[in-house]
Design a protein around this ligand. Structure first.
Ligand SMILES: Cc1cc2nc3c(=O)[nH]c(=O)nc-3n(C[C@H](O)[C@H](O)[C@H](O)COP(=O)(O)O)c2cc1C
Length: 345
């Protein structure tokens, strides 16, 4: 009897039953990858996005910040929410609350090195306590199973150079029912210093049945290709290289899919996307958005001609409409007169 036909290529990447369109994930970044950012990143070709980390502390679940991070209005699916916390029961409860708020995939944060998070034994600090890490994974998977919600895990390679226990935790997580693991190729001790290493990620990929995503220092099409080749990973996750350019994920994904070198977006395209992002950001964050928009615009113009001077002026603006006008006028000047060189791929 012939095998059943499938319209999906053999390499199709899935999280549970969700098929993803490509192999480039946007890294969750607190204070950056909010709802407007994710919507735009998805529209411009990101294969998968995860929310900023959401606390599982019950006393903070009703806070304004948490509500904003749990907002998934009109977000293209499958919507993924990332949870951070130390208590298995709280994590399971928060997972249910996030599913009620629209999440269809729950990601567990075991990668964040921030003091605020780690001093409470959350984020990457969990990798120091393998038993607790596993209890959290089991509690969340058990809570999500009846809802048909896959659980993913994001971690570092270990706590420190002497304790690179990510392979052990990843294997235990897989056995507990986790659907995908992302690994940032640094230990907690490294923070963001030094270079990411990919040997540990390759070892994890070789040992697991579930998809593995490689993360750390991927900032170009060439480095995405190199990391995929070095690790055998199923996908790459990109964070800092997408600051100010939510379109970068789609740019890399297109190049990986086609095998071609995709041209860098024109200034006209960058202008249109930045204005779209800025409008959405201001609408989402209200008055507070004027201040939080500054970093996004600053990153977006950093490598453009006159970008540093423009950023300094932009940071003085106190009004949303004036911010939009300023970005428009800046790009107008760029496109008409100066010869700016967009950032190299
Ligand atoms: C500003 C910022 C915020 C971050 N917030 C989170 C977060 O909320 N959850 C998480 O798992 N990782 C977080 N990370 C880590 C990234 O997801 C990613 O693992 C890390 O930046 C390495 O990838 P990159 O070299 O492509 O940036 C954050 C990183 C940055 C720079």
């Amino acid at each position: 009897m012939p095998a059943p036909c499938s319209s999906q290529p053999a390499t199709a990447l899935r999280i549970g039953t969700y098929q993803l369109p490509n192999r480039v994930f946007a890294a969750p970044m607190a204070g950056v990858t909010d709802l407007p950012w994710r919507r735009l990143a998805r529209k411009l070709g990101a294969g998968h996005c995860v929310s900023e980390m959401v606390t599982s502390r019950p006393d903070l679940l009703d806070s304004r910040k948490t509500a904003r991070r749990m907002d998934h209005a009109d977000e293209p699916g499958p919507v993924a929410a990332q949870l951070v916390g130390v208590d298995p029961r709280d994590m399971a409860e928060a997972a249910r609350a996030n599913v009620e708020a629209g999440a269809r995939i729950i990601d567990i944060n075991m990668g964040c090195p921030a003091k605020k998070v780690c001093s409470r034994w959350a984020g990457s600090a969990l990798m120091q306590d393998e038993a607790l890490a596993l209890r959290i994974v089991e509690a969340v998977v058990t809570a999500m199973e009846p809802l048909g919600v896959p659980v993913t895990l994001k971690m570092r390679t270990g706590w420190c150079a002497q304790v690179r226990n990510a392979p052990l935790i990843a294997r235990a997580a897989q056995d507990a029912g986790v659907a995908l693991v992302t690994v940032h190729g640094r230990t907690r001790e490294q923070g963001y210093g030094g270079q990411a290493e990919y040997d540990t990620i390759a070892a994890i990929k070789a040992a697991l049945r579930i998809p593995v995503v490689a993360n750390g220092d991927i900032d170009s099409v060439a480095s995405a290709r190199a990391v995929l080749a070095a690790t055998g990973a199923d996908a790459v996750m990109i964070g800092r290289a997408a600051l100010g350019r939510p379109w970068f994920l789609g740019h890399v994904a297109h190049a990986l899919d086609t095998g071609e070198d995709v041209p860098w977006p024109s200034l006209a395209q960058q202008r249109e996307w930045l204005l779209e992002h800025l409008r959405a950001h201001l609408a989402f964050h209200g008055d507070a958005g004027v201040k939080t928009a500054r970093k996004h615009v600053g990153w977006a113009v950093a490598a453009l001609s006159g970008g540093t001077a423009f950023r300094a002026c932009f940071n003085q603006i106190l009004d949303a409409t004036a911010q939009l006008d300023a970005v428009d006028a800046y790009f107008d000047a760029l496109q008409r007169g100066a010869l700016p060189l967009p950032m190299a791929a």
